[in-house]
Write a protein that binds this ligand. Structure first.
Ligand code: PSU
Ligand code: MN
Length: 320
């Protein structure tokens, strides 16, 4: 069973490679923050994707933690990427978006894969990393009653002990049903400094987070309590830290909602379904907003990275 403290010694795993600084930090019980790679390969266009990934890593270092970007390279799980590996994620068109069901095949066939939130959580947990920063998480898609399209991110939040810092979920999803699903699965959702659950581009969603924390120490205490309450044989599960986009970067709901409606109807006309929906919608929203949504996306990812580093630092202090 995983210990409730923040960092664990790097756990050797036959399929997993650690970047040297990540292995060192875990060995020394120093704070580490995992980052996903789908956001690089399928969430943003080149070159902003690679540039943002590097800037996010730098921000985490400035905040006193070590970044560990997670990906699959030639079938090897990676906790921490070299410069060249990060470039592969940002430019190589053969890199597929891999959710959890795709991970074994990607490993077995020695392919490259960009990890979603669900897959990043799994690899982070295998690597002994407890805190993960992303942009937005997947959720229950609109129309899920017909399509059954519910992101594997939600199931992984239920079963894998990693805290995910995100700017909430976009209203391309059904936010109310996403929160219901998280409640059913027993996943704590903690509003970071705000009570209202954020909607990615906007700080407002019309829904409340069930719990609010005013800062990183409070989040760390909640996580510590959660993981201390784990029964033998269980993992303790994940948590969603809902951190709103900074005010100055926000796109108000009344502005972004019609854009999202437009993107959804364009998607329906093109019959895009399944795992291609989120990348299609993100790209279309960037087009319709003339790049403004990309600026917002970059700002919120950086903000999440900073908060995740602070939480990782607090957890590391508590673990000592
Ligand atoms: N939301 C974003 N950017 C992203 C994603 C979501 O704003 O890049 C990605 C994340 O990797 C997330 C995934 O885990 O999409 C969810 O995809 P799906 O709904 O197919 O599970
Ligand atoms: Mn899906």
């Amino acid at each position: 069973m995983l210990r409730p403290d923040a960092t664990l010694s790097p756990m050797p795993h036959p399929l997993l490679d650690y970047a040297p600084e990540v292995a060192q930090a875990l060995h020394d019980a120093q704070p580490v923050v995992a980052l996903e790679s789908t956001i690089i390969s399928h969430g943003m266009p080149y070159p902003q994707n690679v540039q943002t990934a590097r800037e996010v890593e730098a921000l985490i270092r400035e905040a006193g933690a070590v970044p560990a970007t997670i990906a699959v390279i030639a079938g090897r799980l990676k906790a921490g990427l070299s410069e060249g590996e990060l470039d592969i994620m940002g430019t190589d068109k053969s890199v597929q978006k891999i959710s959890l069901r795709d991970l074994p095949g990607t490993v077995a066939q020695a392919r490259h894969g960009a990890t979603t939130v669900a897959t990043t959580m799994r690899v982070a947990a295998l690597a002994g990393i407890r805190v993960f920063a992303t942009g937005g998480t997947g959720g229950v898609h609109r129309g899920a009653a017909q399509s059954f399209d519910i992101s594997a991110d939600l199931m992984e939040l239920a079963r894998t002990p990693v805290a995910v810092v995100s700017a909430g979920v976009k209203s391309i999803l059904d936010i109310g049903l996403t929160l219901e699903y998280l409640e059913t699965q027993g996943v704590p959702v903690i509003g970071y400094g705000v009570r209202e659950f954020p909607a990615f581009y906007s700080r407002e969603s019309g829904f409340l987070s069930p719990l609010m924390a005013t800062g990183a120490p409070e989040v760390a205490r909640a996580l510590h309590a959660q993981w201390s309450l784990t029964l033998p044989g269980q993992s303790g599960g994940g948590a969603l830290i809902a951190n709103p986009i900074p005010l100055e970067a926000e796109i108000a709901r009344r502005e972004i909602d019609p854009v999202i409606e437009q993107a959804l109807s364009d998607m329906a006309a093109l019959k895009v379904t399944g795992k291609d929906t989120t990348p299609y919608l993100l790209g279309r929203i960037v087009e319709i907003t003339g790049g403004r949504s990309l600026v917002a996306n970059i700002a919120l990812v950086k903000n999440n990275a900073r908060v995740a580093a602070e939480i990782a630092c607090e957890l590391a202090l508590m673990g000592k």
